[in-house]
Design a protein around this ligand. Structure first.
Ligand code: ADP
Ligand code: SF4
Ligand code: MG
Length: 333
Protein backbone atom coordinates (compact mmCIF):
# COMPACT_ATOMS: atom_id res chain seq x y z
CA UNK A 1 0.00 0.00 0.00
CA UNK A 2 1.25 3.53 -0.81
CA UNK A 3 2.12 5.77 2.11
CA UNK A 4 0.24 9.10 2.05
CA UNK A 5 2.46 12.13 1.39
CA UNK A 6 0.19 14.34 3.47
CA UNK A 7 -1.70 13.42 6.62
CA UNK A 8 -3.92 16.04 8.20
CA UNK A 9 -4.99 14.98 11.67
CA UNK A 10 -7.69 16.67 13.74
CA UNK A 11 -6.69 20.12 12.48
CA UNK A 12 -8.46 23.08 14.10
CA UNK A 13 -8.10 26.84 13.57
CA UNK A 14 -10.05 29.27 15.75
CA UNK A 15 -10.25 33.04 15.37
CA UNK A 16 -11.20 35.12 18.38
CA UNK A 17 -12.56 38.64 18.36
CA UNK A 18 -13.62 41.04 21.10
CA UNK A 19 -16.99 42.78 21.06
CA UNK A 20 -19.13 44.83 23.46
CA UNK A 21 -18.66 48.08 25.33
CA UNK A 22 -15.74 49.21 27.45
CA UNK A 23 -17.44 47.85 30.56
CA UNK A 24 -18.60 44.55 29.16
CA UNK A 25 -16.01 43.10 26.84
CA UNK A 26 -16.87 39.77 25.36
CA UNK A 27 -14.55 37.36 23.59
CA UNK A 28 -16.14 35.48 20.74
CA UNK A 29 -14.56 32.43 19.16
CA UNK A 30 -15.07 31.43 15.55
CA UNK A 31 -14.20 27.84 14.77
CA UNK A 32 -13.17 28.27 11.13
CA UNK A 33 -11.69 24.76 10.94
CA UNK A 34 -12.78 22.34 13.62
CA UNK A 35 -11.20 18.90 13.59
CA UNK A 36 -10.43 18.08 9.95
CA UNK A 37 -8.58 14.86 9.10
CA UNK A 38 -7.65 13.34 5.76
CA UNK A 39 -4.79 11.64 3.92
CA UNK A 40 -3.47 12.49 0.48
CA UNK A 41 -1.55 9.94 -1.59
CA UNK A 42 1.27 10.75 -4.02
CA UNK A 43 -0.14 11.93 -7.35
CA UNK A 44 -3.68 12.08 -5.94
CA UNK A 45 -6.15 14.96 -6.32
CA UNK A 46 -8.50 15.77 -3.47
CA UNK A 47 -11.32 18.19 -4.17
CA UNK A 48 -12.50 20.25 -1.18
CA UNK A 49 -15.97 21.72 -1.59
CA UNK A 50 -18.28 23.82 0.55
CA UNK A 51 -20.17 27.11 0.49
CA UNK A 52 -18.33 30.35 1.09
CA UNK A 53 -17.35 30.55 4.78
CA UNK A 54 -16.95 26.77 5.23
CA UNK A 55 -13.29 27.18 6.22
CA UNK A 56 -11.68 25.96 2.99
CA UNK A 57 -9.12 28.76 2.66
CA UNK A 58 -8.30 28.65 6.36
CA UNK A 59 -7.68 24.91 6.08
CA UNK A 60 -5.45 25.46 3.02
CA UNK A 61 -3.44 28.13 4.82
CA UNK A 62 -3.06 26.01 7.96
CA UNK A 63 -1.80 23.04 5.92
CA UNK A 64 0.84 25.26 4.30
CA UNK A 65 1.91 26.74 7.64
CA UNK A 66 0.71 30.23 6.65
CA UNK A 67 -1.22 30.33 9.93
CA UNK A 68 -0.82 28.33 13.12
CA UNK A 69 -3.53 25.84 14.03
CA UNK A 70 -4.98 25.67 17.54
CA UNK A 71 -4.94 21.90 17.45
CA UNK A 72 -3.91 18.98 15.28
CA UNK A 73 -1.03 17.90 13.08
CA UNK A 74 -0.01 18.30 9.45
CA UNK A 75 2.34 15.46 8.57
CA UNK A 76 4.21 16.09 5.32
CA UNK A 77 6.28 13.02 4.34
CA UNK A 78 6.01 11.96 7.98
CA UNK A 79 7.25 15.29 9.42
CA UNK A 80 4.90 17.44 11.53
CA UNK A 81 4.90 20.88 9.87
CA UNK A 82 3.06 22.50 12.78
CA UNK A 83 6.16 21.97 14.94
CA UNK A 84 8.78 23.27 12.54
CA UNK A 85 10.74 26.43 13.31
CA UNK A 86 10.54 29.32 10.84
CA UNK A 87 13.64 28.50 8.73
CA UNK A 88 13.03 24.77 8.20
CA UNK A 89 9.40 25.68 7.38
CA UNK A 90 10.59 28.25 4.86
CA UNK A 91 12.67 25.55 3.16
CA UNK A 92 9.62 23.27 3.02
CA UNK A 93 7.81 25.98 1.02
CA UNK A 94 9.73 24.78 -2.01
CA UNK A 95 7.75 21.56 -1.83
CA UNK A 96 4.39 23.04 -0.86
CA UNK A 97 2.83 25.69 -3.08
CA UNK A 98 -0.48 27.48 -3.50
CA UNK A 99 -2.43 29.02 -6.39
CA UNK A 100 -4.79 31.78 -5.30
CA UNK A 101 -8.36 32.60 -6.22
CA UNK A 102 -8.03 36.01 -7.79
CA UNK A 103 -5.28 35.81 -10.41
CA UNK A 104 -5.19 39.54 -11.14
CA UNK A 105 -5.10 40.68 -7.51
CA UNK A 106 -2.52 38.09 -6.51
CA UNK A 107 0.07 39.27 -9.08
CA UNK A 108 2.22 42.33 -8.39
CA UNK A 109 1.15 44.83 -11.09
CA UNK A 110 4.61 46.45 -11.15
CA UNK A 111 6.45 43.24 -11.98
CA UNK A 112 6.69 41.64 -15.42
CA UNK A 113 5.32 38.14 -15.99
CA UNK A 114 8.90 36.88 -16.13
CA UNK A 115 9.88 38.45 -12.79
CA UNK A 116 6.72 37.16 -11.13
CA UNK A 117 7.46 33.62 -12.25
CA UNK A 118 11.20 33.85 -11.51
CA UNK A 119 10.91 35.49 -8.08
CA UNK A 120 10.78 32.20 -6.09
CA UNK A 121 13.97 31.10 -7.88
CA UNK A 122 15.77 34.29 -6.83
CA UNK A 123 14.53 33.82 -3.26
CA UNK A 124 15.46 30.18 -2.85
CA UNK A 125 18.44 29.92 -5.24
CA UNK A 126 20.15 33.35 -5.13
CA UNK A 127 23.30 31.85 -6.69
CA UNK A 128 21.50 30.69 -9.82
CA UNK A 129 22.86 32.21 -13.05
CA UNK A 130 20.58 34.81 -14.69
CA UNK A 131 20.61 32.88 -17.95
CA UNK A 132 19.50 29.73 -16.19
CA UNK A 133 16.71 31.62 -14.39
CA UNK A 134 15.51 33.04 -17.69
CA UNK A 135 15.62 29.67 -19.38
CA UNK A 136 13.62 28.08 -16.58
CA UNK A 137 11.12 30.96 -16.63
CA UNK A 138 10.57 30.68 -20.38
CA UNK A 139 10.19 26.92 -20.01
CA UNK A 140 7.53 27.43 -17.32
CA UNK A 141 5.66 29.92 -19.52
CA UNK A 142 5.57 27.37 -22.31
CA UNK A 143 4.45 24.64 -19.95
CA UNK A 144 1.39 26.63 -18.82
CA UNK A 145 0.43 27.70 -22.34
CA UNK A 146 1.91 31.23 -22.43
CA UNK A 147 4.20 32.51 -25.14
CA UNK A 148 7.78 32.85 -23.84
CA UNK A 149 8.12 36.10 -25.81
CA UNK A 150 5.52 37.62 -23.43
CA UNK A 151 8.12 37.44 -20.64
CA UNK A 152 8.47 41.24 -20.35
CA UNK A 153 4.77 42.07 -20.32
CA UNK A 154 2.94 43.30 -17.24
CA UNK A 155 -0.13 41.63 -15.64
CA UNK A 156 -2.57 44.25 -17.05
CA UNK A 157 -1.53 43.19 -20.56
CA UNK A 158 -2.88 39.68 -19.95
CA UNK A 159 -6.44 38.33 -19.66
CA UNK A 160 -7.73 36.83 -16.37
CA UNK A 161 -7.09 33.31 -17.61
CA UNK A 162 -3.55 34.19 -18.71
CA UNK A 163 -2.89 35.82 -15.32
CA UNK A 164 -3.94 32.56 -13.67
CA UNK A 165 -1.48 30.74 -15.95
CA UNK A 166 1.25 33.11 -14.69
CA UNK A 167 0.19 32.30 -11.10
CA UNK A 168 0.36 28.58 -11.86
CA UNK A 169 3.80 28.91 -13.50
CA UNK A 170 5.07 30.79 -10.44
CA UNK A 171 3.73 28.14 -8.08
CA UNK A 172 5.38 25.34 -10.07
CA UNK A 173 8.74 26.94 -10.81
CA UNK A 174 10.38 25.40 -7.71
CA UNK A 175 9.17 21.90 -8.60
CA UNK A 176 6.82 21.46 -5.64
CA UNK A 177 5.40 18.08 -4.63
CA UNK A 178 2.11 19.42 -3.28
CA UNK A 179 0.00 22.11 -4.93
CA UNK A 180 -3.05 23.62 -3.26
CA UNK A 181 -5.34 25.50 -5.65
CA UNK A 182 -7.70 27.71 -3.66
CA UNK A 183 -10.70 28.37 -5.92
CA UNK A 184 -8.37 28.93 -8.89
CA UNK A 185 -11.19 29.40 -11.39
CA UNK A 186 -13.88 31.16 -9.32
CA UNK A 187 -12.88 34.61 -10.56
CA UNK A 188 -12.70 33.54 -14.21
CA UNK A 189 -15.30 33.49 -16.98
CA UNK A 190 -17.09 30.18 -17.27
CA UNK A 191 -15.66 29.73 -20.77
CA UNK A 192 -12.09 29.94 -19.40
CA UNK A 193 -12.66 27.78 -16.31
CA UNK A 194 -12.47 24.44 -18.16
CA UNK A 195 -9.19 25.45 -19.84
CA UNK A 196 -7.53 26.17 -16.50
CA UNK A 197 -8.94 23.01 -14.90
CA UNK A 198 -7.65 20.93 -17.83
CA UNK A 199 -4.26 22.63 -17.61
CA UNK A 200 -4.02 21.84 -13.89
CA UNK A 201 -5.08 18.24 -14.49
CA UNK A 202 -2.50 17.78 -17.24
CA UNK A 203 0.27 19.36 -15.15
CA UNK A 204 -0.72 17.26 -12.15
CA UNK A 205 -0.39 14.07 -14.22
CA UNK A 206 2.82 15.13 -15.96
CA UNK A 207 4.58 16.26 -12.78
CA UNK A 208 3.07 13.61 -10.47
CA UNK A 209 1.87 16.29 -8.06
CA UNK A 210 -0.32 15.70 -5.06
CA UNK A 211 -3.09 18.25 -5.59
CA UNK A 212 -5.74 19.81 -3.40
CA UNK A 213 -8.34 21.63 -5.45
CA UNK A 214 -10.70 23.89 -3.50
CA UNK A 215 -14.04 25.07 -4.93
CA UNK A 216 -17.48 26.12 -3.73
CA UNK A 217 -19.21 24.07 -6.38
CA UNK A 218 -19.18 20.28 -6.76
CA UNK A 219 -19.40 20.49 -10.55
CA UNK A 220 -16.03 22.28 -10.73
CA UNK A 221 -14.07 19.55 -8.92
CA UNK A 222 -15.82 16.61 -10.58
CA UNK A 223 -13.50 16.40 -13.55
CA UNK A 224 -10.21 16.81 -11.73
CA UNK A 225 -10.64 14.99 -8.39
CA UNK A 226 -9.95 11.40 -7.39
CA UNK A 227 -11.64 11.95 -4.02
CA UNK A 228 -13.77 14.78 -2.68
CA UNK A 229 -14.23 16.19 0.82
CA UNK A 230 -17.41 18.15 1.49
CA UNK A 231 -16.94 20.79 4.21
CA UNK A 232 -19.54 22.73 6.18
CA UNK A 233 -18.80 25.28 8.90
CA UNK A 234 -15.29 24.02 9.52
CA UNK A 235 -16.14 20.33 9.61
CA UNK A 236 -16.01 17.46 7.22
CA UNK A 237 -19.46 16.17 6.26
CA UNK A 238 -18.42 13.51 3.75
CA UNK A 239 -15.20 12.22 2.18
CA UNK A 240 -15.59 9.86 -0.74
CA UNK A 241 -14.17 8.51 -3.97
CA UNK A 242 -15.42 10.68 -6.78
CA UNK A 243 -17.53 8.05 -8.54
CA UNK A 244 -19.22 6.88 -5.34
CA UNK A 245 -19.98 10.44 -4.26
CA UNK A 246 -21.49 11.64 -7.51
CA UNK A 247 -23.49 8.45 -7.96
CA UNK A 248 -24.87 8.35 -4.46
CA UNK A 249 -24.00 11.02 -1.91
CA UNK A 250 -24.67 9.83 1.63
CA UNK A 251 -24.80 13.20 3.39
CA UNK A 252 -27.79 15.53 2.91
CA UNK A 253 -25.41 18.51 2.50
CA UNK A 254 -23.47 16.78 -0.30
CA UNK A 255 -26.74 16.06 -2.03
CA UNK A 256 -27.94 19.63 -1.58
CA UNK A 257 -24.73 20.97 -3.14
CA UNK A 258 -25.06 18.51 -5.99
CA UNK A 259 -28.70 19.26 -6.64
CA UNK A 260 -28.07 22.96 -6.68
CA UNK A 261 -25.55 22.56 -9.49
CA UNK A 262 -27.57 20.13 -11.55
CA UNK A 263 -30.01 22.86 -12.49
CA UNK A 264 -28.38 25.05 -15.11
CA UNK A 265 -30.49 28.20 -14.73
CA UNK A 266 -28.74 30.23 -12.01
CA UNK A 267 -31.96 31.93 -10.91
CA UNK A 268 -33.80 28.68 -10.55
CA UNK A 269 -30.80 26.96 -8.99
CA UNK A 270 -30.90 29.59 -6.32
CA UNK A 271 -34.58 29.03 -5.65
CA UNK A 272 -34.20 25.28 -5.48
CA UNK A 273 -31.06 25.49 -3.36
CA UNK A 274 -32.72 27.80 -0.86
CA UNK A 275 -36.23 26.41 -0.69
CA UNK A 276 -35.83 22.70 -0.99
CA UNK A 277 -32.29 21.50 -0.70
CA UNK A 278 -30.70 24.11 1.49
CA UNK A 279 -32.99 25.94 3.85
CA UNK A 280 -31.93 29.51 4.63
CA UNK A 281 -28.38 30.76 5.06
CA UNK A 282 -25.45 29.33 6.91
CA UNK A 283 -25.90 30.11 10.65
CA UNK A 284 -23.58 32.58 12.38
CA UNK A 285 -20.19 30.92 12.83
CA UNK A 286 -20.05 32.50 16.30
CA UNK A 287 -23.02 30.42 17.49
CA UNK A 288 -22.98 27.19 15.49
CA UNK A 289 -25.92 24.79 15.95
CA UNK A 290 -25.56 22.12 18.62
CA UNK A 291 -25.57 18.46 17.68
CA UNK A 292 -25.22 18.05 13.93
CA UNK A 293 -23.89 21.40 12.75
CA UNK A 294 -26.03 21.09 9.60
CA UNK A 295 -29.34 20.41 11.39
CA UNK A 296 -30.80 23.92 11.08
CA UNK A 297 -30.86 23.51 7.29
CA UNK A 298 -31.34 19.78 6.92
CA UNK A 299 -34.69 18.56 5.54
CA UNK A 300 -34.10 15.14 7.14
CA UNK A 301 -33.38 16.18 10.72
CA UNK A 302 -34.85 14.22 13.65
CA UNK A 303 -34.67 15.13 17.38
CA UNK A 304 -31.39 13.24 17.84
CA UNK A 305 -29.72 15.55 15.30
CA UNK A 306 -30.08 18.51 17.68
CA UNK A 307 -28.52 16.66 20.59
CA UNK A 308 -25.65 14.50 19.32
CA UNK A 309 -22.74 15.40 17.09
CA UNK A 310 -22.52 12.72 14.38
CA UNK A 311 -19.02 11.23 14.08
CA UNK A 312 -17.41 10.90 10.65
CA UNK A 313 -17.69 7.14 10.07
CA UNK A 314 -16.90 4.76 7.28
CA UNK A 315 -19.85 3.29 5.39
CA UNK A 316 -20.12 0.03 3.48
CA UNK A 317 -19.39 1.66 0.11
CA UNK A 318 -16.21 3.25 1.52
CA UNK A 319 -17.58 6.82 1.91
CA UNK A 320 -16.87 8.57 5.21
CA UNK A 321 -20.01 10.34 6.41
CA UNK A 322 -21.01 12.47 9.41
CA UNK A 323 -24.77 11.88 9.54
CA UNK A 324 -26.84 9.87 12.04
CA UNK A 325 -29.22 8.77 9.31
CA UNK A 326 -26.73 7.84 6.57
CA UNK A 327 -27.86 4.17 6.44
CA UNK A 328 -31.57 4.84 6.16
CA UNK A 329 -31.74 7.84 3.80
CA UNK A 330 -31.87 7.24 0.07
CA UNK A 331 -30.17 10.27 -1.43
CA UNK A 332 -29.44 8.82 -4.87
CA UNK A 333 -29.25 11.46 -7.54
N1 ADP B 1 -8.24 36.14 9.62
C1 ADP B 1 -9.49 35.90 10.01
N2 ADP B 1 -9.98 36.46 11.15
C2 ADP B 1 -11.23 36.19 11.58
N3 ADP B 1 -12.10 35.37 10.94
C3 ADP B 1 -11.67 34.79 9.80
C4 ADP B 1 -10.35 35.02 9.28
N4 ADP B 1 -10.22 34.32 8.12
C5 ADP B 1 -11.39 33.65 7.93
N5 ADP B 1 -12.26 33.96 8.93
C6 ADP B 1 -13.62 33.41 9.09
O1 ADP B 1 -13.50 31.99 9.09
C7 ADP B 1 -14.57 31.39 8.38
C8 ADP B 1 -14.03 30.53 7.28
O2 ADP B 1 -13.44 31.40 6.31
P1 ADP B 1 -12.68 30.85 5.03
O3 ADP B 1 -11.65 29.86 5.47
O4 ADP B 1 -12.22 32.01 4.26
O5 ADP B 1 -13.85 30.07 4.26
P2 ADP B 1 -14.00 29.70 2.73
O6 ADP B 1 -12.63 29.71 2.13
O7 ADP B 1 -14.61 28.33 2.76
O8 ADP B 1 -14.93 30.69 2.13
C9 ADP B 1 -15.47 32.52 7.91
O9 ADP B 1 -16.52 32.68 8.83
C10 ADP B 1 -14.53 33.71 7.92
O10 ADP B 1 -15.25 34.91 8.13
S1 SF4 C 1 -27.34 14.09 11.33
FE1 SF4 C 1 -29.47 14.73 11.09
S2 SF4 C 1 -29.40 16.93 10.69
FE2 SF4 C 1 -27.35 16.13 10.35
S3 SF4 C 1 -27.25 15.70 8.20
FE3 SF4 C 1 -27.90 13.79 9.19
S4 SF4 C 1 -30.14 13.85 9.15
FE4 SF4 C 1 -29.42 15.91 8.71
MG1 MG D 1 -11.95 30.74 0.41
Amino acid sequence: MTEPVLRVQDLAVYFSSRTGSLLRREERVLRAVDGISFDLNPGETLGIVGESGSGKSTLARAILGLLSPNRGRVLWMGEDLTRLEAEPMRQKRKELQIVFQDPVASLNPRMTAGSIIAEPLWTFYPQMESLQVEERTRGMMKMVGLLPNQINRYPHEFSGGQCQRIGIARSLVLNPKLLICDEPVSALDVSIQAQIINLLRDLQKKLGLALIFVAHDLSIVRHISDRVMVMYMGRSMEVAEKTALYRRPLHPYSRALMKSVLIPDPVRAREVKQEVWLKGDMPSPFSPPRGCIFHSRCPYQVPRCQADVPALRRMENGNWVACHRAEELDLSI
